[in-house]
Design a protein around this ligand. Sequence first.
Ligand code: GLP
Length: 245
Amino acid sequence: MSVRILVYDDYAKMSAAAARHVASRVNARPGVVLGLATGSTPVGMYAELIELHRREGLDFSRVTTFNLDEYCGLDADDPRSYDRFMWEHLFAHVNLERTRTHVPYGAARDPEAECIRYEEMIRAAGGIDLQVLGIGMNGHIGFNEPGSASNSRTRVVRLAEQTVQVNRAKAEAEELPAFALSMGMGTIMDAREIVLLANGDAKADIIRQAIQGPVTPDVPASILQRHPDVTVFLDKPAAKLLELD
Ligand code: GLP
């Protein structure tokens, strides 16, 4: 199995290490194409990347980014949108070129066409070099819910009821769309390198299933076991059910 597992004492240390990892890729290849994730998990890593930009001059000027997903029907300036999230937590604070940041356009009149356009843009950029992932409570990556086909591409997906509830509570939003535009499992697996982050007790069981359980569409993240270059950054609580040597 090619999944590397790195466990840190706490969320702050995990975030700092993940940021160093991403920064090393940016330094090695200034025009790197990054796949980015939303959710609470990568927030600390983004804050560390901002620090590295400010303190050490980490240069994003030639970096291209593609986010995993966006809610259907939300405009980029909607406070609940992932586009807005990325501006708040990373884009506005580093020297990324606006034209090189990409988030699926949730309010597209023709969402199917937007998904095709998104795949084409990824291809035109030369593919994703490093994809950052979080993991949902049901093992979803991006918004690929259980049952997602392993060869799926960017498409419109219906969110699991649990996902809508969990994300609504986290976003403190009364309403969240039940549909999203999401990179597919195949899109994610095409990335040359993948980094998965998870922290906290609540993720321990799904992390065990994803990394040390059978590869099954019931746990979408388990497909990562088939990828040749995956590094998993965990804090101790999220790693507590893993068998580590
Ligand atoms: C959302 C996102 C996922 C993310 C997941 C976990 O559903 N679409 O990309 O990994 O939330 O979120 P959190 O990091 O807040 O647990």
